[in-house]
Design a protein around this ligand. Structure first.
Ligand code: FES
Ligand SMILES: [Fe+2]
Length: 437
């Protein structure tokens, strides 16, 4: 293991600003990989991706290759994707089914689905030595903790640390809000994933998800195009708005709209932006769908679920979800100045095709590499990443809406334009990257 150079987070993160090194320093990135991502809870898969026994997905989390496997008893096991023999990855495909056992492609050591060892070629040659006392005889290593909430699978790499419920707290309501949009309470990943590699530090992307002051300037061309398209189609006749226009027209909103938005921040970096009103709250739902939801949830909860459609809810630091449309972005750091964003769509079981169409359309229009929105942001993320190497000012300002006397409570409501949501992320970052938590 690479020795950790101890970076003092308090010298980089102040209550109202952060040092540029949090985005640009290789040493900080390595400490993040070793400590921050090991001690926080991170999303690894959705249970619908591995519905059958033996189904698996692979991924890298903070430099560690992981293997997520559906077990024979229906539970989900998450292992380090590292053969106990010499360390080969057991599986290199992104997803698949292991069959009845897992077998390493290198020297054919085999394992049960729970990672315990099964067979080793030429077994007799291990009998008169200390193999059984060696870690290598114990099978696959497991991550420190696995928790499945409404079919969203999270792991903590460290064996000890904050428990799942305490870590996410009130932010879990936004996964409920998504799953409860299904009349059966079940979500399924729909279609493939849209991936986008961006030449910036991962924290920039997460901050931007909560930045309501950038669309007016950054996405000005999107708003104008959507508005002129709609004006040309509609000509004042109030025709039914096409889905693409409905999803893009809000980018034409001005500061007066974004100033009305609220936000909630929760301990450990999580947040929900635009809880009472967002660009998604106006979406219409067929009456029979609403009736199906009411049958399972009751009128009050149904109204709460459909009425609360935050712009984004962040379960820090790995995912950002939108209940309407049903989409999720997964943030995957690659290096100090490179990250990958994944955009996934969900199908809510028992819900009309309209909801799937909304999810697919939104991901395509707004988050995909070919979208007419994402490239605006990407251009600026990459520009900021380069700009931060300029001398003269090592600090990045997070002063917007900062009030020194404010005490962070369990759930704090604030204006949607406040940088409190970013300050809250850095507060958590500084805490979890430290050696002593
Ligand atoms: S590395 Fe897996 S069997 Fe040798
Ligand atoms: Fe943006």
């Amino acid at each position: 293991m690479k020795p950790v150079i101890d970076i003092c987070a308090s010298s980089l993160v102040k209550s109202d600003k952060v040092h540029r090194d949090v985005y640009t320093s290789q040493a900080v990135f390595e400490q993040e990989q070793r400590r921050f991502f090991a001690s926080t809870w991170n999303f690894v898969a959705h249970a619908s991706q591995i519905s059958e026994v033996g189904d698996y997905v692979t991924l890298d989390l903070a430099g560690r290759p992981l293997l997520v496997v559906r077990q024979t008893d229906g539970t989900i096991g998450v292992f380090f994707n590292r053969c106990a023999h010499k360390g080969s990855k057991l599986y290199t495909n992104e997803f698949g089914n292991v069959g009845k056992i897992m077998q390493c492609p290198y020297h054919a050591w085999t394992y049960k689905l729970d990672g315990t060892p099964l067979g080793i070629p030429l077994r007799q040659e291990y009998k008169s030595n200390s193999f059984l006392q060696c870690e290598s005889s114990k099978g696959l290593g497991r991550v420190g903790g696995v928790s499945v909430y409404r079919d969203f699978v999270f792991v903590r790499l460290d064996p000890e640390g904050i428990n799942f419920e305490e870590y996410f707290g009130a932010s879990l309501q936004w996964l409920d809000n998504m799953a409860d949009r299904s009349p059966t309470g079940k979500l399924f990943i729909h279609g493939g994933v849209l991936r986008n590699v961006i030449r910036c530090n991962w924290k920039m992307y997460l901050e931007n998800i909560n930045d309501t002051v950038h669309p007016v300037s950054t996405h000005e061309s999107v708003g104008k195009s959507a508005k002129s398209t709609w004006d040309a189609i509609n000509k004042g006749n109030e025709k039914v708005m096409p889905m693409a226009v409905e999803q893009l027209l809000p980018f034409a909103s001005g500061y007066d709209f974004f100033n009305q938005l609220d936000a909630e921040v929760y301990p450990n970096g999580h947040s929900a932006l635009a809880v009472r009103m967002s660009t998604h709250t106006g979406y219409a739902y067929p009456a029979d769908y609403v009736a199906a939801l009411e049958k399972r949830l009751g009128k009050e909860r149904t109204s709460d679920v459909l009425g609360k459609a935050p712009q984004n809810s962040i379960l820090y630091p790995s995912i950002a979800v939108k209940g309407a449309p049903l989409v999720m972005r997964v943030i995957r750091p690659i290096s100090v100045d490179r990250m990958m964003i994944e955009a996934w769509s969900f199908r809510a079981e028992g819900a009309p095709e309209l909801l799937v169409d909304r999810a697919m359309s939104y991901n395509q229009l707004v988050f995909s590499p070919m979208s007419i929105v994402a490239h605006d942001d990407i251009h600026l993320f990459e520009s900021v990443q380069k700009g931060l190497s300029a001398d003269g000012n090592p600090w990045v300002s997070l002063h917007r809406g900062y009030e020194e006397e404010k005490v962070m409570e369990d759930v704090m409501a604030c204006k949607g334009t406040s940088e409190e949501l970013m300050r809250n992320q850095f507060k958590a970052w500084a805490h979890f990257i430290a050696e002593d938590k």
